[in-house]
Design a protein around this ligand. Structure first.
Ligand SMILES: CC(C)(COP(=O)(O)OP(=O)(O)OC[C@H]1O[C@@H](n2cnc3c(N)ncnc32)[C@H](O)[C@@H]1OP(=O)(O)O)[C@@H](O)C(=O)NCCC(=O)NCCS
Length: 247
């Protein structure tokens, strides 16, 4: 079965490397042996920057899990070690990799700058895809910094507000909705980023256009001071490497 039969999905995961929980985790063997398989642990052992390698592997697994949840139609139990990441660098010199889970194969594209890493995942085999994404700091993307969260929530529809559980969770939906509007070439007021029934923070987001499934998939991520979002159009606008919008 091809991605055309099962759907074209995208997953994004951002890691704030300055978040206190990210510090020195590469030496925490209990943690690394729980989330990494033998090959990945080997890659970590020889890495020049083990902490960055660890969080690259982590981000790839999280982004891939988001794709798998949509391919399967509902989120499976998340066992990090079952997501097998080709060690970074072996698949491509251009920061592409691959993650496999059961019978699903996904392309991974990492982007790393000081202090943060993002991994994008999409099902299928094509590296040259027009997967659109971006990232930014919470403070910079907040249209009303310092205002109560209700001011942000007021910019979302009732359906969009349902799954929101934090300011970042609200802000990343605003950013993704705006990206969808420009990606699909429609007015933003026609779009919504909603979620199916389920526990908050555990359900894939979905894009709606005029209340119906939009011809695009959407993925969200927030960690520490960073937000990231990605969209994958049903009809890609043409081959282009996955790059952050505006670069
Ligand atoms: C998917 C998951 C990994 C996201 O983790 P996180 O730390 O919140 O990470 P991020 O900020 O990067 O992503 C959050 C966004 O991902 C999206 N998301 C959540 N669950 C998703 C899923 N299953 N598939 C796709 N996207 C999902 C949501 O849009 C969410 O945004 P929100 O919290 O504002 O609603 C988390 O929901 C998870 O761990 N789920 C599995 C739990 C599980 O199986 N436990 C059993 C272990 S045995």
């Amino acid at each position: 079965m091809t991605e055309n039969d099962i759907g074209r999905f995208v997953g994004v995961d951002v890691v704030d490397l300055h978040h206190p929980r990210c510090a020195d985790k590469a030496t925490d063997e209990r943690f690394t042996s729980r989330i990494l398989n033998d090959v990945e642990q080997g890659a970590l052992a020889v890495a020049s920057d083990p902490n960055a390698t660890l969080w690259r592997l982590w981000a790839a697994k999280e982004a891939a899990y988001k794709v798998v949840s949509k391919v399967r139609g509902k989120p499976p139990a998340f066992m990090h070690a079952a997501f097998r990441v080709d060690p970074p660098g072996t698949f491509s010199k251009d920061d592409f990799g691959r993650v496999r889970w059961e019978d699903i194969s996904m392309v991974i594209h990492w982007h790393q700058v000081p202090g943060r890493i993002v991994a994008l995942a999409w099902n299928g085999l094509i590296v040259d895809e027009a997967v659109e994404w971006s990232w930014g700091a919470v403070d910079e993307l907040d249209p009303e910094p310092g205002a109560p969260i209700e001011a942000i929530l007021a910019r979302l529809t009732e359906r969009e507000r349902g799954p929101v559980h934090s300011r970042s969770s609200a802000l990343v939906r605003l950013a993704a909705r705006s990206a969808l509007a420009s990606g699909l070439g429609v007015e933003e007021r026609r779009l919504e980023v909603v979620c199916g029934e389920g526990p908050k923070g555990r359900m894939p987001p979905e894009a709606l256009l005029d209340g119906q499934a939009a011809p695009a998939d959407v993925s969200l991520s927030h960690h520490g001071k960073w937000l990231a979002w990605a969209i994958r159009l049903v009809e890609p606008r043409g081959p282009a490497r996955s790059r952050p919008a505006g670069t």
